[in-house]
Design a protein around this ligand. Structure first.
Ligand SMILES: Cc1cc2nc3c(=O)[nH]c(=O)nc-3n(C[C@H](O)[C@H](O)[C@H](O)COP(=O)(O)OP(=O)(O)OC[C@H]3O[C@@H](n4cnc5c(N)ncnc54)[C@H](O)[C@@H]3O)c2cc1C
Length: 388
């Protein structure tokens, strides 16, 4: 029998929502286009606003087993490696925000979530059509199957099909920046200072972020550059020859060069942003995660905001009529995700300043990074959703 809630997309957002609904006794079915659950793109950094939710869903122990806790947050100069600013993380962070910070492999997070969603995930189901049917929706999939649901959640990512139904054409825009990503064993990085920290290396027209994942023996990196001008590859990732990254970072610190040269399967990701949407739902069709607010990854918040969305929507759908629930969800999430989107966009420009007076001003301002961390990481999405 069709579930009252159909979730389109089995990424971090779709699976977290399915689990959060399940914990509240609401039946939901996830429809994922891929023939198997396979998270792409290496790793993800989960901050307290995300791990707080995942712990409440019962994933605390699992996360502690597969997550690495970074020692510090450090900003460095691109060439000399001089520390520009540092901020403690580790135990200090958990004391301050009430939940830990983890670097995890995406496949591990997905495995933890999927194991709890049981048999409610349908694979090989690409949504190709959506239409109104009575008070609900009729959903058509590429394999010819059809289902109906009262509530349809578009957790189908940056190029969402459900968003087209909800808002009309409102495509995400390519930011003019792309990120090379890779994983490298720590033992191959003898010149990298503090490999167990989260570090931003800031340079002219580019920056590189890295953090440890799993048991700390692997470092995940993302190196962001202002190219290509237009994204023309099909899809939003492409495999790239290692020389491409090596040449771009040839005059950077040896630790950075080791990272970009020693990755085995480098990939380039187009970085997309989404104009803030005025409309988050239409009838019983509602958006969540990247489908609603794709953002640049410079605050490490895309997945964390998606997790916040999921618990908020689950809490709103727990009781009350559908219209009230979706109105309340949109009201709770719109302003916050918009603020994080904006802040992530500004961070992109600041991290890429050429050496000079502006960069020095930025370095000075980094002493205020604790304030930015605070309003983003201290948020308790479930508590906000249960407040009258
Ligand atoms: C380079 C980079 C680094 C990042 N690093 C971080 C980080 O450190 N921390 C962080 O919090 N965030 C990070 N993010 C952002 C984060 O990855 C996303 O915000 C997050 O994955 C969004 O989850 P989602 O479930 O909304 O979408 P997705 O993870 O994109 O999942 C969407 C799912 O929907 C499926 N789907 C799509 N269309 C259909 C359809 N028609 N029918 C059925 N299924 C469909 C897809 O196959 C996919 O499984 C990063 C992003 C990038 C690009």
């Amino acid at each position: 029998m069709a579930a009252p809630v159909a979730i389109i997309g089995g990424g971090i957002g779709g699976l977290t929502l399915a689990l959060a609904l399940r914990r509240r006794g609401v039946d939901a079915e996830v429809h994922e286009q891929a023939p198997e659950l396979r998270e792409v793109g290496a790793a993800v950094a989960l901050s307290a606003n995300g791990t707080r939710v995942l712990r409440e869903l019962g994933l605390g122990e699992g996360l502690a087993r597969c997550g690495a806790v970074p020692t510090e947050l450090i900003y460095r100069r691109w060439d000399s490696g001089d520390r520009v600013h540092d901020h403690p993380v580790a135990a200090d962070y958990e004391r301050r925000f009430g939940a830990p910070y983890y670097g995890v492999h995406r496949a591990d997070l997905q495995r933890l979530l999927a194991a709890e969603c049981g048999d409610r995930v349908r694979l090989g189901r690409r949504l190709v059509g959506i239409s109104a049917a009575g008070s609900g929706h009729r959903l058509e999939f590429a394999d010819g199957s059809v289902t109906e649901a009262e509530v349809v959640v578009g957790a189908d990512g940056v190029h969402s099909a459900v968003r087209r139904w909800v808002t009309g054409e409102d495509p995400a825009t390519y930011s003019g920046t792309s990120g090379f990503r890779g994983l490298v064993p720590v033992e191959q990085l003898p010149s990298l200072p503090d490999p167990q920290a989260i570090q931003f290396w800031m340079g002219p027209g580019a920056h590189l972020l890295h953090y440890p994942i799993g048991d700390g023996s692997i470092v995940n990196f993302l190196a962001v550059v202002h190219e290509p001008e237009r994204w023309s590859a099909p899809g939003w990732t492409e495999d790239v020859p290692v020389e491409r990254i090596r040449d771009r970072f040839a005059d950077w610190h040896p630790g950075v060069r080791e990272l970009v040269e020693r990755t085995s399967l480098p990939q380039r990701w187009a970085l997309f942003g989404q104009r803030a949407l005025n409309r988050w739902y239409r009838g019983g069709a509602v958006l969540l995660g990247d489908a609603a607010h794709a953002m640049l990854p410079h605050h490490g918040q895309g997945a964390n905001q998606t997790i916040e969305d999921a618990v908020t929507l689950a809490e709103c759908l727990r009781d009350g009529d559908r219209g009230t629930a979706l109105r309340r969800y949109a009201r709770l999430r719109r302003a916050r995700t918009r603020a994080v989107q904006r802040s992530s966009w500004i961070a992109s420009d600041l991290l890429h300043l050429p050496d000079g007076a502006e960069a020095e001003r930025r370095d000075h301002q980094l002493t205020g990074i604790g304030t930015t961390l605070h309003w983003i990481h201290s948020h308790d999405a479930r508590a906000a959703a249960t407040r009258p």
